[in-house]
Design a protein around this ligand. Structure first.
Ligand SMILES: *[C@@H]1O[C@H](CO)[C@@H](O)[C@H](O)[C@H]1NC(C)=O
Ligand SMILES: *[C@@H]1O[C@H](CO)[C@@H](O)[C@H](O)[C@H]1NC(C)=O
Length: 383
């Protein structure tokens, strides 16, 4: 538009006018930018004060919820919280003041809070792996009071003790809690011989201790088993498919850890999150590759190695990422399962054909587990 540069005399006349215009243009731009920065600053400030709930005001909330519910735990940790866990956040973080980073005593880091040999077994069922050599041991961390979850598992995947011709054992791992009845737990164990209890306080923030106690029990009392799995109590487990997978040619028998792999996951620094980890506990911004805690499978030589290496790894409350850290320090890395689509997290609907093909799914309740299991096991082809 207008004169091309280097035009004739008219230009000289225009210049002072132009530079005046430029100056006022510059001033209004400057004012605009100042205003914009102010708005951005105010927004950021508001968001940082309500980091978890801001998106709930987002108009597309329903679709966003749907979208994130299709993705597994940890994928959107700072923003998405499964409805079942929302209460937990409040419960956990109203008590955050007590969750100071564990103090490491100068005498040796193995005295840290997650080192399992700092705790003692109350019930240990040391004989279960001596009477038979299991191919696979399922270790289920569960809250002491949660008999409902244990009973549902005992009626479903936990009752299978011979799968594809292989011996499988299911055990539950508990800490201690003020509300659980000690006598009742003893009776429950006398009836089922499947409770392992250690004397750490059973809380959500202590899950890393629980996992390490699982590793300690396996290393000490069940070295003969070929594989083990840490599997949460809210899981659907297609145990046949798991054993079939583990018996595939080429599946390693040592230093093998598999499940749903998580790569380059950022450490959650938002205090409202269930997965919040303070920088003092874990300074790096990302976790090493790990397998999602809902259910991971490992060759049974690893528990002893985890217990040993954990002496020198500072504990933090994200148990699955902690195991990832142990793997990294040992110089190993988790392996993708032969068919990664078999390790599923959340789903919306039960589908018999689908459930006959997968290995894991996270469920909403123990009733769902019994219902889906019963349906899957009824006669007739699932697909
Ligand atoms: C979500 O997306 C679907 C299309 O995928 C649309 O029909 C629906 O209205 C959207 N819901 C909301 C709450 O925006
Ligand atoms: C974790 O367990 C230890 C050992 O029992 C206990 O001292 C600590 O208070 C527990 N921490 C939390 C956050 O529950």
């Amino acid at each position: 538009m207008g004169d091309p540069e280097g035009g004739s005399g008219g230009n000289r006349l225009k210049r002072p006018v132009e530079s005046h215009q430029k100056r006022s243009l510059f001033r209004s731009w400057f004012q605009f930018l100042l205003l914009l920065s102010l708005v951005v600053f105010v927004c950021c400030y508001t968001l940082s004060n309500s980091s978890l709930s801001w998106w709930e005001y987002f108009p597309l909330q329903n679709n966003y919820t749907w979208f994130v519910s299709q993705t597994p735990r940890h994928i959107f940790p700072p923003y998405y919280v499964h409805p079942r866990h929302r209460g937990l956040i409040k419960e956990t973080y109203t008590t955050t003041t007590t969750t100071e980073p564990p103090t490491v005593q100068p005498t040796g880091i193995q005295y840290h809070q997650a080192y399992p040999r700092n705790y003692h077994f109350i019930m240990d069922n040391t004989e279960v792996c001596k009477s038979k050599t299991p191919f696979l041991v399922l270790m289920v961390p569960v809250a002491p009071h949660n008999v409902v979850a244990r009973d549902a598992i005992r009626q479903t995947w936990g009752k299978e003790n011979l799968v594809q011709g292989e011996a499988v054992i299911t055990l539950f791992l508990l800490g201690i809690s003020g509300t659980a009845d000690v006598e009742k737990l003893k009776q429950e164990n006398e009836q089922h011989h499947d409770l392992i209890q250690s004397d750490f306080i059973d809380t959500y923030l202590n899950l890393t201790i629980k996992t390490m106690v699982i590793m300690d029990w396996l290393a000490t009392n069940c070295r003969s088993a070929a594989y083990a799995m840490k599997v949460d109590s809210d899981m659907f487990l297609n145990i046949d498919n798991l054993v079939i997978m583990l018996k595939k040619p080429g599946i390693p028998t040592q230093n093998y850890l598999t499940g749903m792999l998580m790569w380059n996951r950022p450490v959650v620094r938002s205090k409202d999150s269930k997965w919040y980890v303070p920088e003092e506990m874990y300074p790096d911004p990302q976790y090493p590759t790990y397998t999602l805690g809902m259910g991971y499978v490992f060759s049974n030589d690893l528990p002893e190695k985890y217990v040993q290496i954990s002496k020198s790894i500072k504990p933090f409350n994200i148990e699955d990422a902690y195991i990832g850290m142990c793997m990294k320090k040992l110089g190993f890395s988790p392996t993708s399962p032969p068919d990664p689509s078999q390790f599923k997290a959340y789903n919306t609907n039960y589908n018999r054909c689908e459930y006959s093909r997968i290995i894991t799914y996270i469920l909403g309740s123990s009733e769902e587990l019994v219902k889906y299991w019963t349906d899957l096991k009824k006669p007739g082809p699932p697909c």
